[in-house]
Design a protein around this ligand. Structure first.
Ligand SMILES: O=C(O)[C@H](O)[C@@H](O)[C@H](O)[C@H](O)COP(=O)(O)O
Length: 250
């Protein structure tokens, strides 16, 4: 857990760390796969990456972008996570369009379940032999006040089904009601999961997750990357975090 005094220093430091990590990953591998999130902190982090003076140290042509979830809306809708990410970051990068992998839009595939299956197919196409999804290097997640991550909300079925990589989400408590999301196993297949959250409304969810709440009640409690899982938070979000956990899990 890394605690920053305020939002600006939080997103600035996550952006710097992301750029450094990508440079290292691309020195070792031909490509890197990054999973983006929607929400306020996702957008702010993306803008901080775009505006970083170190941005051009990354060979962005070898980076692939995926999303952890999407709001099921028509292509180009300003509420879509991919539209927000293009505006905040991707449009400023030389990444080829073929490396950007948004979820289907509701005017491309009308049926939500078919759209979920289509994204699962896209993941499979990019997967190494015998796997269902690419090797995700870094997955960003925001966390809702109810502890949701991506579009995995509390007390719902189907998120932990290891056979599935993508789920159709209906009647989501956060608008819009129809969404698409990676499942928890797909998220947890990522080498690194970086959760970025700020504000006192997030403190109870973070406190519960760290106190051992079930992933069913507080989905963020089920997040566990293969190599590292880090919470990047501001002081307000860390209000209910025991002192002993701060920085020690980093
Ligand atoms: O589509 C979305 O809205 C998200 O992917 C969602 O999971 C978001 O990351 C959290 O709700 C946190 O959002 P904030 O950072 O705005 O609190």
């Amino acid at each position: 857990m890394i605690v920053h005094p305020d939002e600006d220093s939080l997103v600035g430091s996550v952006a710097a760390r992301f750029i450094t990590k990508l440079v290292d990953l691309l020195a070792e591998n031909d490509e890197a796969h990054v999973v983006l999130t929607g929400g306020g902190m996702g957008g702010q982090t993306q803008r901080a990456i775009r505006d970083s003076s170190a941005r051009d140290t990354v060979d962005w042509t070898r980076v692939h972008f995926w999303w952890g979830d999407e709001r099921f809306l028509p292509a180009g809708d300003p509420e879509r996570n991919d539209v927000q990410a293009r505006e905040a970051l991707l449009d400023a990068l030389p990444t080829p369009a073929a490396n950007v992998h948004p979820f289907p839009a509701s005017d491309e595939i009308e049926d939500l379940d078919e759209a979920a299956a289509a994204y699962a197919d896209q993941l499979l196409l990019a997967a190494p032999e015998g796997r269902k999804y690419p090797r995700f290097d870094i997955t960003f997640l925001g966390v809702g006040p109810d502890g949701h991550i991506a579009s995995l909300f509390p007390d719902r079925d189907g998120y932990r089904n290891a056979d599935k990589t993508v789920v159709a989400v209906r009647e989501a408590p956060k608008p819009p009601p129809n969404r698409l999301s990676l499942t928890l196993p797909a998220i947890n297949s990522s080498d690194r999961i970086w959760m970025v959250l700020s504000g006192s409304d997030k403190a109870p969810a973070l406190g519960l997750a760290l106190a051992g709440a079930s992933a069913n009640e507080v989905p963020v409690a089920g997040v566990q990357g293969r190599k590292r899982t880090v919470f990047f938070v501001d002081k307000k979000a860390a209000a209910d975090v025991p002192e002993s956990l701060i920085a020690s899990s980093y």
